[in-house]
Ligand binder design. Structure first.
Ligand code: FAD
Ligand code: SIN
Length: 564
């Protein structure tokens, strides 16, 4: 039976069985769901941002062209488009104009990354960029063009030596997400499961074997996933699993990342004995809109500085000349630290971005969303008022370590996008290289997946999720308060500027939180808040541990005790 037919048959059987049982009167709801067959797929993709969707589309198209049946599941913890991708503003970087060169993009990426980038990966990403971006265009993604012709309007951002950012207004990510979702929906072989929350990856550990981090034959067989509608944990079995779960911003009080960014994929991989790297390199975007208490923070794109916006203090004086000759367009680590230092020096809670001198009509054309948001939320008229800005957590350069084909150290487990660490960014990501990395690595992972698929086997004795002895936590307030504590630890001790003492204190506090949470987790029926907190604790642990181990200041990691 082809897998598509098999799926239809199983689903029909399942519906009939559940109907029968629910009318029998002798089973409780939870007992009924124990009869639900596991989901069996060829490919499981966890995450529906640019990385996950690009990978799924590539697989579907490949099997479509070969006229072979295939089953691909894409799961996402809320609605499909709620991703970091959707909020991307500035754009996607690539050498596109004839005056620009691959060599210049490679050098800019290396300089931003403090030269600890993996040079080979940098070369791969930069040279493969135009082909991958052309694919996005072929899927229907629109990028702005210049008025007087067919050429793309290429923007410039901090750290770039040339104009090379393709963008759609100031909502590039939403446009890419829209086009990719439409493409995904055109394939019958892809099923999207919205409001499904992946809890843990399945490996030999679940078959009773001892799995340790440097064992070479760990295999991933899929994931245990919480169906948020039913509250039941379902088994998603797959020959290959792709982690595309995005960032970790929610571990900080102030972040540009949406609420889905809780580092789930990284934590799941780490628990499954995956290797993580470069977690200390947390990027703080210099210019999020200053709106105290608002989470996530609204981003004022770096492209605004590329357009001519200038950083200033309240009295209108400039300060970047005291920090870097590239002024407001220096790489992000430098600008964010400069702002942090100005705020501390003057005892203020924000600085300003001045665009009053810019051509208003042109500004509006490029940044309609930002202009409108500033007006609606702070009553600002950017022709007369400066925009109050403050740094906020924005991006994680590290993540699950992968090779140049997106393979993790766990067999049949790939990672792409923000949750992965490819080595592209080194100690600091160059603006607009993230969306690019995601499409390049989704493609490379797809190619390797196809090459390796024949060896993949799913054992038939993987146990169901066992939650016997647990109950629904009565005190949800504990999870809420622990989450607040975690955000406070990370923001106060593991921010833009670190010290040995702050890091030590952070680790001490985190250990207490970990112990309290473990106790609660073991007693509780699994829920999204308790699982997200569990993941955020793991991810914070990795950030602090790697920050403590890093003895020199590089890129985004700045420890005052390392200053000679
Ligand atoms: P995401 O797009 O974040 O997708 C993650 C997916 O994983 C979501 O579908 C989520 O629901 C799902 N998920 C997570 N955990 C689970 C779980 N446990 N179970 C099920 N599903 C789960 N980069 C650029 O290159 N250029 C820009 O201009 C730019 N601007 C940005 C502006 C903002 C405001 C932000 C926040 C980021 C920006 N970035 C930009 C960074 C870039 O957007 C992200 O790094 C990139 O979109 C990440 O894509 P992704 O596919 O890896 O993850
Ligand atoms: C921005 O628009 O400033 C964000 C760009 C990025 O994160 O690469």
């Amino acid at each position: 039976m082809s897998s598509l037919k098999e799926n239809f048959f199983l689903n029909t059987l399942l519906k009939k069985t559940n109907l029968l049982l629910s009318h029998s009167g002798s089973f409780s709801n939870s007992q009924i769901f124990k009869f639900i067959m596991p989901h069996k797929y060829d490919f499981l993709v966890i995450g529906s941002g640019i990385a996950g969707l690009s990978y799924a589309v590539k697989l579907a198209r490949h099997f479509d062209e070969k006229k072979e049946p295939v089953r691909i599941a894409v799961i996402t913890k809320v609605q499909a488009d709620e991703t970091n991708t959707k909020y991307a503003q500035g754009g996607i970087a690539a050498v596109w104009s004839k005056d620009d060169t691959f060599q210049k993009h490679i050098e800019d990426t290396m300089v931003a990354g403090d030269s600890i980038n993996n040079k080979k990966v940098v070369e791969i990403v930069v040279t493969e960029a135009p082909e991958r971006i052309q694919e996005l265009i072929n899927y229907g993604t629109r990028f702005d063009k210049e008025h007087d012709g067919d050429q793309y309007d290429l923007a410039k951002e901090g750290g770039h030596s040339d104009h090379r950012i393709l963008h759609f207004k100031d909502i590039t990510g939403a446009e890419i997400e829209r086009a990719l979702l439409a493409e995904v929906k055109s394939y019958e072989s892809i099923e999207i499961f919205t409001h499904f929350f992946a809890i843990d990856l399945i490996t030999q550990h679940h078959l009773g074997e001892t799995v340790y981090r440097y064992r070479e034959d760990i295999k991933c067989f899929g994931a245990y996933v919480l169906n948020r509608q039913t509250g039941e944990v379902e088994k998603f079995l797959a020959k290959t699993t792709m982690l595309a779960t995005g960032g970790i911003g929610q571990i900080y009080q102030s972040t540009t990342n949406p609420t889905v960014a809780t580092g789930d994929g990284i934590a799941m991989a780490y628990r499954a004995k995956g290797i993580c790297d470069n977690m200390e390199f947390i990027q703080f975007h210099p210019t999020s809109l200053h709106q105290p208490g608002k989470k996530p923070s609204f981003l004022i794109s770096e492209a605004v500085r590329g357009f001519g916006g200038i950083l200033k203090n309240k009295d209108g004086s400039t300060f970047m000349e005291n920090y870097d000759e590239r002024l407001s367009l220096a790489p992000r680590d430098i600008v964010a630290r400069a702002i942090d230092s100005e705020m501390k020096r003057l005892g203020v809670s924000n600085v300003y971005l001045d665009v009053k001198h810019c051509d208003y009509e042109k500004f509006l054309e490029h940044f309609p969303n930002i202009t409108q948001y500033c007006k609606d939320h702070l009553g600002l008229d950017i022709r007369k008022d400066m925009i109050p800005v403050v740094p906020a957590q924005h991006y994680l350069c590290g993540g699950v370590k992968v090779n140049e084909f997106g393979q993790t150290n766990i067999n049949y487990l790939y990672a792409a996008g923000e949750c992965s660490c490819t080595g592209l960014h080194g100690a600091n990501r160059l603006a607009s290289n993230s969306l690019l990395e995601a499409v390049v690595f989704a493609h490379r992972a797809f190619e390797k997946t196809i090459e390796n698929i024949d060896g993949a086997i799913i054992p038939d004795n993987i146990p169901d999720w066992d939650d016997s002895g647990t109950s629904h936590p009565e005190e949800q307030v504990l999870v809420t308060e622990m989450t607040r504590e975690l955000e406070s630890i990370m923001s106060n001790y593991v921010g833009i500027v670190r010290t040995n003492r702050r890091l030590k204190r952070a680790m001490g506090r985190l250990e207490l939180l970990f112990a309290e949470h473990e106790e609660l987790y073991k007693q509780s029926k699994v829920s999204v808040p308790i699982s997200e907190l569990r993941n955020m604790i793991v991810v914070s642990y990795l950030v602090i541990k790697m920050a403590m181990a890093r003895r020199e200041n590089l890129g985004l990691h700045y420890n005052l005790d390392n200053v000679k």
